[in-house]
Structures are given as structure tokens and as C-alpha cells.
Design a protein around this ligand. Sequence first.
Ligand SMILES: Cc1cc2nc3c(=O)[nH]c(=O)nc-3n(C[C@H](O)[C@H](O)[C@H](O)COP(=O)(O)OP(=O)(O)OC[C@H]3O[C@@H](n4cnc5c(N)ncnc54)[C@H](O)[C@@H]3O)c2cc1C
Length: 454
Amino acid sequence: MSERQRANHQLSAGRDEIAVVGAGLAGCLLACFLARRGYPVALYERRPDPRIGTPERGRSINLALSERGLDALRRIGLHDEVLAEALPMRGRMIHPVVGAPQLQPYSAGGDLAINSIGRGALNNALLAAAAKLPGVRVVFDHRLVGLDPATGEMAFETPQGPVTANAEVVLGADGAGSAVRGQLLEHDLLTESADFLDYGYKELTIPPLGGDFALDPGALHIWPRGTSMMIALPNPDRSFTCTLFWPTHGTASFASLGSRAAIERYFAQHYPDVPPLAPNLVDDYQHNPIGLLGTVRCDPWQAGGRVGLLGDAAHAIVPFYGQGANCAFEDVVELDRCLDECADDWSAALPLYQHRRQDNAEAIAQMALTNFVEMRDKVASPVYQTRKKLEHALERALPGRYVSEYELISFATLPYAQVQRRVRRQYQVVGAVAAGVLAALAGAAVALGRGRRR
Ligand SMILES: Cc1cc2nc3c(=O)[nH]c(=O)nc-3n(C[C@H](O)[C@H](O)[C@H](O)COP(=O)(O)OP(=O)(O)OC[C@H]3O[C@@H](n4cnc5c(N)ncnc54)[C@H](O)[C@@H]3O)c2cc1C
């Protein structure tokens, strides 16, 4: 018996095996947390090992990783390793159609940053961490196609044909199109809804320019264009991954723009600083896929204390607050906490986990939708820019007492639903103070007018 098999055997002598379906971001992190608790874990992934082979074209997706995600990584000792692959972004760089780009810092002090990291790099780091833990078995090329929620019996498609397996607890971390959720639905154990936007996303690349970054690498770049936008995040190889968020149909949409000449004309008119920096723009545009954007909700998130859902499988959200993965990581931390509090009684821990997370997932789903309008439209308006400056001034004047929504979401771990409530209260107080100041100013003006007339 090898060292690893012996460790597995010792662990499984104490605890039953847990199946985690999906070796994506949430699944790999979850495997690490469960292995730390002493569970033997089988981590099933439909794809081959992503550390071998080339990534899919136009699906690199770099993520903004912020405090909620970093907090989870810190707990398993991966924080420093992951941040070494990331680039800090301290604000939004707004690119108008005409004129120079302007930086809008994320925090009052201008020092706090979210971190740009490739989803593949983050996934690989988590996968490597999970795979080297005693007790974790990573099983690639296994697509879950069947699940009996009462017995934990699973059916997989593999390149060698159908395979079955069994586990005491099955956790679905298999993303927005979750097969585990689909199986619970088939067994009438949950309800689900999916609200898709009339928008899609497509990636383009801005390569290094003369060996260096073509744009400021310390910012998340936004080209707000009212009903649509483009963003760009820096990569360690000094390139930028740009993402177009455009309507799928209608005028000025992915559907309306196809020919080389039309694409060149459109970008020259609406994104004039981009074509000189993106030599493969037309090729990227014509060949990269269009991704869907939507919000998935389901209820409950668990069945019989034996099957549970985490991350996008439980609550996929639109990406406009940069929180999908951060939120998925928080799920894992919360489930771990619930297992602590319930002495590893899964039938108590899974309902408690759902109870604590569901409102928070709904809150960030709503805030992410609202933030789309802010990013594609409001950030360009002088009124918004003045409001942001006032907000930062308030933060400096009332440290800890007035904190912007963005900072509470990205640089803190206050539960999302509490952020929503706190921000509403802050706006009410600021609104009342502003109304009082305006009333006082109006009163003073009237008094001054009367004085002059006398
Ligand atoms: C354009 C875009 C930008 C984004 N930007 C950000 C950002 O800035 N910050 C942020 O925090 N989040 C961002 N997100 C969201 C983030 O990517 C997701 O929330 C995150 O990947 C969810 O992790 P997950 O592990 O739940 O699901 P996934 O990462 O989707 O992983 C699911 C895994 O399950 C596997 N799988 C699927 N079906 C099966 C099956 N039947 N059997 C076995 N395995 C299966 C998949 O192959 C995959 O490995 C963005 C998303 C998009 C689309």
C-alpha cells in the first residue's frame, strides 16, 4: 500500500466518502476544506485534466478576485501563491469616445485593489492544492448524468463508457448548468428559474505593446457606451483580456455586426483608442464565441441532508460586480462553518448552510444586475463622478461609519444582504442631511433677498 493509499485508508476508516461533482473553482476549494476536516473526497470532473492541454478559444475569463475570495484562500494557505499570479487594480479607468481616459479609484484612500487573475490559473492552483491532499481523489473525464438523491448512487459518462459510483454525501459544484441540480429537479426535489439577459459577452485581446502593457495595468478599463460596454483586465504576460458586453440582437448588437468592414467601422467610431492596440480585433470578433449572461435561482439548495449545491450550481449571477467566484468561495467557508457548528451532522449542516447563504446570494444577484447599468452608462456621467467624489469625501470624514457599497462588497466580508441594508440606511441618512442642507441654503437665500430689498 502506497503512502497515499494508506492515508486514504486511514481517513476513510473514520469517515464516509464525500463526492464533489465539478472540479471548477468552488469544487476544488471545497475538496481542500473537506480534506482538512478528515473526509475522503472523490472530486469528479467532466473535462480532462485542465493542467494538460490548451484552453478553449475566447474563454479565458479573467476574474476580479477580492476580499471574500481571498479570505477563503487564506484559510487554506493559498492566498500568497494565488496573489503572486494576480495583478492589483486600484480603480476603474474610464475610456470616453473623445478625450483622455480618467481613473476613478475604488476606495477613498485610492489604495485598495481588486485582483485580476486568469480563471484557468486560479483553477489550476486550487486543483493542484486539492490533488496533493491525502484523502482527495480527482477523477477526470467523468460527466455526471444520473443521481439517486436517496441513496447517493451516481452515474457518469466516461470515454471508456458508463460508470457508477456511490457516496454518503454528494455536493454539486458543477456550475451554472449543474447536472446535480438537474437531477434534483428530475426527482421533484427543487424548483429553479433562469433569467437570461438580452446581452452576451465576447472576448478580444490587446497584446503587449513593445514588450510592455498597452494600457495602465493598475486599473480595470471600461469603455461605457450607454446600452453596452467593453472592459479590459490585465494579465501577467502583459496582455489585456477585453470583454464586450453587447446586446445579442437589434441595432448595435452582436447580430448586427459581422463583416470585416462593419466591425472596423464600428470600433473606429465607438472605441477609437482600441483598434490601434488590438491587431487581431476583427479575427477575435469573428471567431470567438458569444457567452450567455443570466441569473439562476433554485430552492432548496439541498435534499435530505445528503445532496447539496454550491457556487454557480446553486446561484449563478451576472458578472458585473465581479463576485460570482468570490461568492462561491464564501459558500464553501460557510458550509465548513456549519459543519463545525453541527458536529459534522450533514442533515443539520446542509439546511443551516442554505439558510445562511440564500438571502446573501439573492442580494448579490440583485446588486450585480444594478451594477451593469452603473458600469455601462452611469460611470461616464459627470453627476455620477461628482457623487463618487462626495462619497469618498464622506468616507474620509466618517471613517468606518460611512463606507461605500463597492468597498463593503469588494474589500470586506460583511454578508451581502447586510451590505444591501446598510447601504440603504446610509443613503437615507445622506439624503436627509442633503435635504436639510438644501433647505437651510434656500432659507438663507430667501433671507438674504429680503435683506437686500429692505
Ligand atoms: C464573463 C465572466 C466574467 C466573470 N468575472 C468574474 C469576476 O470578475 N469575479 C468573480 O468572482 N466571478 C466572475 N465570474 C463568475 C465566475 O466565473 C463563476 O461564478 C465561477 O466560475 C463559479 O465557480 P463554480 O465552481 O461554481 O462553477 P464553474 O467554475 O463553472 O465550475 C464548474 C465545474 O464543474 C464541471 N462540470 C460541469 N458539469 C459537470 C458534470 N455533469 N459532471 C462533472 N463535472 C461537471 C465543469 O467542467 C467545471 O469544471 C465571471 C463569469 C463570467 C462568465
